[in-house]
Design a protein around this ligand. Structure first.
Ligand SMILES: [Zn+2]
Ligand SMILES: [Zn+2]
Length: 96
């Protein structure tokens, strides 16, 4: 039987700590276009929707513009693939 992937749900201080960790990792910059993003802005979950999980390796910093495109319209999949790529490369590098 296939095991369901565990999803993490954080609240309050734990969630803002995670947000800060993701912003630190991405240097407060949108991982797609490099624009500066206010540290108070909440990170984007990748994957998002029902499979989202509050984990550092499943979140990225996006600016408002790229975030909007990620969730709306025909270029959504392009942004999604770039984010996946970014996260894959980032955590592969750290594992070595
Ligand atoms: Zn952007
Ligand atoms: Zn999002």
């Amino acid at each position: 039987m296939l095991e369901k992937p565990k999803r993490v749900r954080l609240k309050g201080k734990a969630l803002s700590n995670l947000n800060r960790a993701i912003h630190n990792r991405d240097h407060d910059r949108c991982v797609i276009c490099g624009a500066w993003v206010n540290p108070a802005k909440k990170f984007h979950h990748e994957p998002c929707g029902i499979n989202r999980s509050d984990e550092e390796q499943k979140g990225v910093v996006l600016c408002d513009r790229c975030h909007y495109i990620r969730h709306n319209g025909p270029r959504s999949a392009v942004i999604r693939d770039k984010i996946r790529d970014y996260l894959r490369k980032h955590y592969k590098k750290e594992a070595q």
